[in-house]
Design a binder for this molecule. Structure first.
Ligand SMILES: Cc1cc2nc3c(=O)[nH]c(=O)nc-3n(C[C@H](O)[C@H](O)[C@H](O)COP(=O)(O)O)c2cc1C
Length: 326
């Protein structure tokens, strides 16, 4: 039976209408991309990760990462930090942005972040992560969650213990990306760990890692029992994956991929929203990686890659895109 695999997701007293989430992807999940994903079936999106320390120090640039579009009713704001005192100092600014959830990043593998004791460094000091959750839940009624990895490396798989501590500290749910810090984004996500963490917890568990198709989404829910599915890399260039997964989880046939003209409309909406926010030149630079992803694998797109990478205007993009998406 697949019809009940798509369902609402309760976070405290907020009921998110569905259980298909856009993962936080630094450098990608800004307002325009999140908007396209929501228009194409994502139930809830995560912000890019935001430095709690920078917020506490009043960085204006960092605040921009927490902006949302008027129709974006729910937003998980993810922060990275190493110590609960930073969370408390950042909290007043965070609350100005009315996050649906404050999520604690315990997974970022990037050396610049890990060196400060944040991101996946917290997988080695999970008591500190639990202190962050406890400090925040003590100060605000906004739900708090954690996004964790399997552990630091294959000799230190700590996710089950970390998830238990997060629950005890008051987390509303846990997201697990079951790769170690040492794995980065390579190798396979170990979904067995999702099953284990789900078995241990009373709070909901969200699974992240290697959901690349509607079939993967169904398999993750059925085999691991997770309450929500997070899609990251597979949504880049392919926001329609959310609607396709939803239909499949509701027990119907997987809808076809968008037609060329639907894809062109989707990219144009994305590009125009980016231009509205950043101005044409900056928006076009920002859109390169997205447009490469949207057109990847389409006949003729490889030959146009050099043009895509050098496009500086809306007009240039649309002229390239109409060649690929006739
Ligand atoms: C470019 C990139 C940026 C990412 N940025 C973040 C981030 O800011 N915070 C976070 O918790 N995870 C981040 N992740 C991890 C993803 O949220 C996700 O857990 C991981 O990519 C596995 O899911 P996927 O196979 O669906 O991509 C990032 C991953 C990638 C590839």
């Amino acid at each position: 039976m697949t019809h009940n695999l798509y369902h609402s997701f309760a976070i405290g007293n907020v009921h998110i209408p569905g259980n298909l989430f856009l993962a936080p992807l630094a450098g990608f999940t800004d307002v325009p991309f999140r908007t396209v994903c929501l228009q194409n079936g994502a139930s809830l999106c995560w912000s890019e990760m935001v430095s709690a320390e920078a917020l506490a120090r009043g960085s204006v640039k960092t605040r921009l990462l927490m902006e949302r579009s008027p129709g974006e009713d729910y937003l998980v704001i993810q922060i990275f930090l190493s110590h609960y005192s930073q969370a408390l100092r950042a909290l007043p600014v965070l609350l100005e942005y009315q996050p649906t959830v404050i999520d604690i990043n315990c997974g970022c593998p990037v050396p610049k972040v890990v060196k400060t004791g944040a991101g996946s460094a917290l997988m080695n000091r999970f008591n500190d992560a639990a202190d962050i959750v406890r400090a925040l839940t003590g100060e605000t009624s906004v739900p708090v969650s954690v996004k964790i990895r399997s552990g630091w490396d294959s000799s230190s798989i700590t996710c089950v213990e970390a998830a238990r501590l997060a629950q005890a500290a008051g987390a509303s749910f846990v997201t697990l990306h079951p790769r170690t810090r040492a794995q980065g984004y390579s190798g396979k996500a170990d979904w067995n760990l999702l099953t284990q963490v789900k078995r241990e917890l009373d709070i909901p568990v969200v699974g992240s890692g290697d959901v690349n198709s509607p079939e993967d989404a169904r398999r993750m829910i059925e085999t691991c029992g997770v309450d929500g599915i997070m899609i990251g890399r597979a949504a880049v260039g392919n926001p329609a994956i959310f609607a396709r997964i939803r239909t499949f989880l509701e027990g119907q046939d997987i809808p076809p991929q968008p037609t060329d003209s639907e894809l062109l409309d989707m990219i144009t909406v994305h590009l125009d929203h980016q231009i509205e926010i950043k101005g044409e030149q900056a928006a076009c630079r920002e859109m390169r990686k997205h447009i490469c992803a949207y057109t990847k694998g389409l006949p003729g797109s490889a030959a146009l890659r050099a043009e895509i990478v050098h496009a500086e205007s809306r007009e240039a993009y649309l002229s390239i895109l109409t060649q690929v998406l006739s």
